[in-house]
Structures are given as structure tokens and as C-alpha cells.
Design a binder for this molecule. Structure first.
Ligand SMILES: Cc1ncc(COP(=O)(O)O)c(C=O)c1O
Length: 399
């Protein structure tokens, strides 16, 4: 099999990472691990078997596809955003199979091969794959720790006027993963004005936007839905909103100045028509899933608040000299922990696995540049989480 048969886009290294190899070894030895990096809701007791009944509409046996998705389904997306104070038109909503697919469609819509999309760093580890699959070049805008995490706006402005391949879009993750910061209102205003002036798009990933924590500051912008100052694509989906990643349904809400928005919609319609990727049963079920979704989220929000408290309690229990800190977070499913730099991050991961049977993610998994940062998922069952984080904090404190 000659490598020449295949595209350069898919020439990925398939060597398992050191962490993956360690985990595989532990699993093969039958060790019982607690996975503090788990972000699959169906693996942390958040299984909703009742949803299966909603997929049984007899209409689902028929096929009458619409590129944007079935009207009643899109109307329920509009109602979801209306409950959050944003008025959208049903014609501006497209259903997709996942947020990953939404990224793919938007990269195809906006970029020729080699053109640039700016993404935040640290951030979502899938970006390099999604970009490469569409021949898009990624450049990074750093999220910097000041009071909370703020985008390096000066670097973004410098890049937009610099020579080099054209920048076609800026991706915002609102709130960011794993930093947990909503886009600051001042930065949002600046980004909208830059995007409008330079005719670039904002792609705003809001999959975690329904999960603010108590620490949310007044200067944070909760959503870009319906923003019409610049061409904006707000993305969300059932994976996080309804804790149903297995159903594979997400959406893009497009807004912006009328002429550019309508051109985007017409082109996006042809992309959507080429794939028609969302199954009919899940589209038919969408209103019955999304309409009551707000109350469904309450339990997880309470669980995450308990888990944040459990981290703080574990640190307090070690005492005032505890070298472990929890970084402030405004929202989302993760907490970032600062741990002593007595070991490298990968050594910490191996040590925690060997001595405590705990799995956490190292910061570099999310492109965090500094050492001494660990990321834990907040969606685990509260009892399991409290026990595990207590052990992790004590282990990190021993150095
Ligand atoms: C920032 C971010 N966007 C999107 C996704 C994935 O969403 P989907 O399951 O709809 O592809 C994730 C998954 O963890 C994520 O962290």
C-alpha cells in the first residue's frame, strides 16, 4: 500500500500517545480507574432512556428531506433561542449532524484551500483535524490570563492587517473549552466591528453556553445568536444542550448584514443539500426534546456546582499551604487545576494513574502552553467526583 494512494490530509501519525498507551495497559490489567476526564454524559449516569420513545413518530418511516432541516425542528431551535432572549428567523437555521459537521460546512462555505481561520488557544483539541480535513490553515489567538481569560485582541488585529494568506473567519468558543470564559463584552464588540470592516465571519461555538457557573461576571457575553453587526454563525447542538450526543443533531444559526447573510444562506443551502445528513426520526423528535430542555439541564448545573465546591473543599482540607489551585471558571464542563511543577505534566498523569488509579487530562491536550495545568471534567456523579478529586488534590500536594 503506497502512501501516494492517499491524500496528504489524512497522513496523521497513528502512534498512540504516551497517555493512551498507559491507559490501555491499565485497562488490559483490569484495573478499575476513575476517569476524571470523562465528558460523555451517557457514561456518568445521565442516560435518558425516555428519549427513545420520542424517536418513534411514524412519519419517520418516510423521506421528504429539506436541506435546512424539517420546519418544525427548526422552529423548536428558534424557540430555544427565544427563551434565551434572542430572536431568530427559522429560515436562518440549518440542522447538521454535529457541531463538528457544522465546522466542516462553514469551513467549506468560507475558505478556499490554504486560507486561514483563527482559533483560540488553549482550546478544543479537534480543531487541527477539522481544519485539515477541509484544507484550511489554522492560526491561533491566545487566550491570556488577566482577570479571567481574554483573547489577545492586539494579535488578532495585527494578523488581520498583515500580509499572508487571507483570514476568512475567527472562531470563538463561548464559553471556552477548557478555560470556561465567556467572550468579554468589550472583545465581542471589537471582534464584530473588525469582522464587519474586513468582511470576515465569526464562527461562534456555544455548545457550553447553557452552563454558566455562579462566578459569571457582568462583562461576559452569553451569546452571539442573532447578532447582525457582522456575519455570524452560532453553533450549538444536542450533545451538550440536551446531554444526548448519541442522537447526532446540531445546528447553525446564521445572522449578519442582510446581503452577506443571504448570500451565505444560499450557499450553505447547497452544502446542506449535498449531505442531507440529519436523520428524519431525530428531526421529528427535536421539539419534544428541546422544548423541555431547560429543566433537564438543572440537575447537571447543580451537580457541577457541587463538584466545584468539592474541589475547593479538597484544597481547603489540605490546609493553607496547599500548592494546588483551582482556576476561576465562568461556565462549561471543565475545571483547570494548577498543580506543583515538581513533575512534568505527563509525569503527573502517569503518577496519578499508577498511585491513585485516576485519569485526568494534561493542559497540553488543550494546547495550554504552561506546565502544571491539569483539566478535570465537572460532569461526574458528585459522590464519585468528591472522592476522586480529594485523592487527586492530596496526591498533587505531596509533590
Ligand atoms: C468546544 C466544543 N465544540 C463542539 C464539541 C462537539 O460537539 P458535537 O458533539 O456536536 O460535535 C465539543 C465536544 O466536546 C466541544 O468541546
Amino acid at each position: 500500500m503506497s502512501p501516494g494512494e492517499f491524500s496528504r490530509r489524512t497522513a496523521w501519525s497513528r502512534e498512540p500517545s504516551e497517555l493512551a498507551a498507559l491507559l490501555e495497559g491499565a485497562k488490559q490489567r483490569g484495573e478499575k480507574l476513575i476517569d476524571l476526564s470523562q465528558s460523555n454524559p451517557t457514561r456518568v449516569g445521565l442516560v435518558d432512556e425516555g428519549v427513545l420513545a420520542k424517536l418513534r413518530d411514524p412519519e419517520g418511516a418516510h423521506y421528504a428531506p429539506l436541506p435546512r432541516g424539517l420546519l418544525a425542528a427548526r422552529e423548536s431551535v428558534v424557540r430555544y433561542h427565544a427563551r434565551r432572549g434572542h430572536s431568530l428567523s427559522v429560515e436562518h437555521v440549518f440542522l447538521t449532524a454535529s457541531t463538528s459537521e457544522s465546522y466542516g460546512w462553514l469551513f467549506k462555505l468560507l475558505c478556499d484551500p490554504g486560507e486561514v481561520v483563527i482559533v483560540p488557544k488553549p482550546s478544543y483539541p479537534l480543531f487541527p483535524f477539522l481544519a485539515q480535513l477541509d484544507g484550511v490553515s489554522l492560526e491561533h489567538a491566545r487566550l491570556m490570563r488577566h482577570d479571567g481569560w481574554r483573547l489577545d485582541m492586539e494579535a488578532i488585529e495585527r494578523r488581520l492587517v498583515a500580509a499572508g494568506p487571507a483570514v476568512r473567519a475567527i472562531v470563538l468558543v463561548n464559553p471556552s473549552n477548557p478555560c470556561g470564559a465567556y467572550v468579554h463584552r468589550d472583545d465581542a464588540a471589537k471582534l464584530i466591528s473588525l469582522a464587519a470592516d474586513r468582511q470576515i465571519a465569526l464562527i461562534v461555538d456555544e455548545v457550553f453556553s447553557d452552563y454558566p457557573h455562579a462566578e459569571l461576571s457582568a462583562s461576559s457575553r452569553l451569546s452571539f445568536a442573532g447578532e447582525d453587526g457582522a456575519l455570524c454563525f452560532v453553533m450549538n447542538g444536542l450533545s451538550k444542550v440536551a446531554l444526548l450526543p448519541q442522537l447526532k443533531l446540531a445546528w447553525i444559526a446564521c445572522s449578519g448584514p442582510e446581503v452577506r447573510r443571504d448570500e451565505a444562506l444560499s450557499r450553505l443551502e447547497i452544502i446542506a443539500d449535498s449531505y442531507l445528513s440529519v436523520g428524519t426520526p431525530v428531526q421529528l423528535a427535536l421539539p419534544s426534546i428541546l422544548d423541555p430542555v431547560d429543566s433537564k439541564q438543572t440537575g447537571l448545573r447543580r451537580r457541577m456546582a457541587q463538584n466545584l465546591d468539592a474541589i475547593d473543599a479538597a484544597i481547603k482540607q489540605v490546609g493553607p499551604s496547599c500548592p494546588v489551585r483551582r482556576m476561576p471558571t465562568e461556565g462549561g464542563w471543565y475545571a483547570m487545576m494548577e498543580v506543583p511543577r515538581t513533575r512534568s505534566d505527563d509525569e503527573w498523569i502517569a503518577h496519578l494513574l499508577a498511585t491513585e488509579r485516576l485519569v485526568v487530562h494534561p493542559g497540553h491536550f488543550f494546547d495550554v502552553e504552561e506546565q502544571g495545568v491539569m483539566v478535570v471534567s465537572l460532569i461526574l456523579e458528585a459522590e464519585v467526583f468528591a472522592e476522586a478529586i480529594g485523592r487527586a488534590v492530596r496526591c498533587w500536594s505531596r509533590g
